[in-house]
Design a protein around this ligand. Structure first.
Ligand code: UD1
Length: 420
């Protein structure tokens, strides 16, 4: 397994272009199954999760072409089940359930199971699909879903931790081809859900309330092909902002949508980071010392759970105490022990991480546990003195396009070492 070897202590300087959003493109790729016509997707990031989704679509019978950042999909004839092994490997693949039901009225996918950031239930997905008239059977680790007909309904999708992003995507994708009107209450408002809605509308779907917690879908008999440019990745942008601030650098991000991560910009400013915006360009500098800042993760438009780990790495460098509270996923603190190996002083008390920042950080071998935890370790490694080896970076390849190339372009001393 590959690792990154990072020689820390160099401020990042220069320009970086943000890629298309992983969390937007995965459900949008699934949505291409809703039509037999050709769909063209642009600004598609080159990630292993996207490659997985391409293979899943192909295993369902779709023809897929991927060239540069453009993916075209033609799902003229599709099956209700794909390659189970592939589906099992990527949690995001749960979002093929909705489109397969919409198009074929039948789907079998493997249960996603738990992962290191906590148990990841799908009860809300199943509740919503059942309300549309689907019969669900769970057998041998698989979800078998069948519907003679899908009928619109009013569905409350809020859960213990708030709305569900992929759950909203799944219900939307089934509802666009259902009979009648579906109202999703407590729908997720994340920009990735908005992007999916916009793609579905371009395919001929009728959706109102886009971007709000109440989505109204009027089913149509069929959808057609569409051409869509995926939104830039707000989590990648926030990761580069944290890395630039951590190294006291001067970095300009291009192709961003800063309105998608206002909560993170607000906290970075509170922490003493200077951010200047010109349209879709953001310049980040840090004029003085970092200041501590408390953060609580929330559904959109609050502080995203997917930036919690990276922000914690930054707060480990800020003299003083910061309290970071995780409200979306339990046990999403796998990065804490690894940050401590680099010298950070962090205590976990329930959903709170108490960060006593400003201790000297020095390089060490660390282990990446999930995608965003890995990004936090890279940020800490870039700021620490000495050499940090981040093992198991396949997690990073799932969600960051050419991360080491982009960092090197900013002057970072980072190399990929091939593992056995
Ligand atoms: C998506 C993102 C992930 C991000 C998360 C929250 C993708 C591919 N992944 O994941 O990067 O961290 O949103 O912003 O887009 N829940 C239930 N029942 C359900 C579904 C979810 O209780 O049926 C709970 C979860 O355990 C969690 C919360 O709802 O506590 C939010 O999860 P959800 O929004 O569903 O996350 P994902 O869509 O899987």
């Amino acid at each position: 397994m590959d690792s990154f070897i990072i020689k820390g202590g160099t401020p990042l300087r220069g320009d970086v272009t943000i890629s298309g959003s992983k969390n937007a493109v995965l459900p949008i790729m699934a949505a291409t199954l809703l039509t037999g016509e050709t769909c063209t997707l642009r600004r598609v990031p080159n990630l292993s999760d996207v490659a997985f989704m391409v293979r899943i679509l192909e295993s369902l019978g779709a023809e897929v072409a991927w060239s540069g950042d453009v993916v075209t999909v033609r799902a003229a004839r599709i099956k209700g089940f794909g390659d189970y092994d592939l589906i099992r490997k990527m949690r995001g693949s749960i979002c093929i359930l909705g489109p397969l039901l919409g198009r074929r009225r039948a789907a079998s996918v493997s249960l996603p199971g738990g992962c290191v950031i906590g148990t990841r239930p799908i009860d809300l997905h199943l509740k919503g699909l059942t309300a549309l008239g689907t019969r669900i059977q769970i057998e041998g680790g698989y979800i078998h879903a069948r519907a003679r007909k899908l009928t619109g309904n009013t569905i409350f999708l809020g859960g213990r931790a708030g709305p569900t992003v992929l759950g909203t995507a799944n219900i939307l994708m089934a509802a666009v081809l259902a009979d009648g009107v579906t109202i999703i209450e407590s729908a997720a408002c994340e920009p990735e859900v908005v992007d999916l809605c916009q793609f579905l509308v371009a395919m001929g779907a009728k959706i109102s309330g886009i971007g709000s917690p109440t989505l109204t879908v009027t089913g149509v008999p069929e959808l057609h092909g569409a051409d869509h440019e995926v939104i830039p990745d707000r989590i990648e942008a926030c990761t580069f902002l944290c890395a630039a601030a951590a190294t006291k650098g001067d970095v300009t991000l291009h192709g961003t949508r800063p309105e998608h991560f206002a909560a993170v910009l607000d906290k970075l400013r509170e922490a003493g980071v200077r951010i200047e915006r010109k349209g879709t360009t953001l310049r980040v500098t840090r004029p003085g010392r970092l200041k501590p800042a408390d953060v609580t993760t929330q559904p959109y438009a609050g502080f995203p759970t997917d930036v919690q780990a990276q922000f914690m790495a930054l707060m480990a460098l800020a003299p003083g105490i910061s309290v970071i509270t995780e409200r979306i996923f339990e046990s999403r603190f796998m990065h804490v022990a690894e940050l401590m190996r680099l010298g950070a002083d962090i205590a976990i008390e329930g959903p709170n991480a108490i960060v006593k920042g400003g201790r000297p950080m020095s390089g060490a071998p660390v282990m990446a546990s999930d995608l965003r935890a890995s990004a936090a370790l890279v940020i800490a490694g870039l700021a620490a003195r000495g050499t940090t080896q981040v093992h198991r970076i396949y997690h990073l390849d799932r969600g960051y396009e050419r991360m080491e190339d982009k960092l090197r372009q900013l002057g970072a001393r980072i190399e990929r070492a091939a593992g056995e």
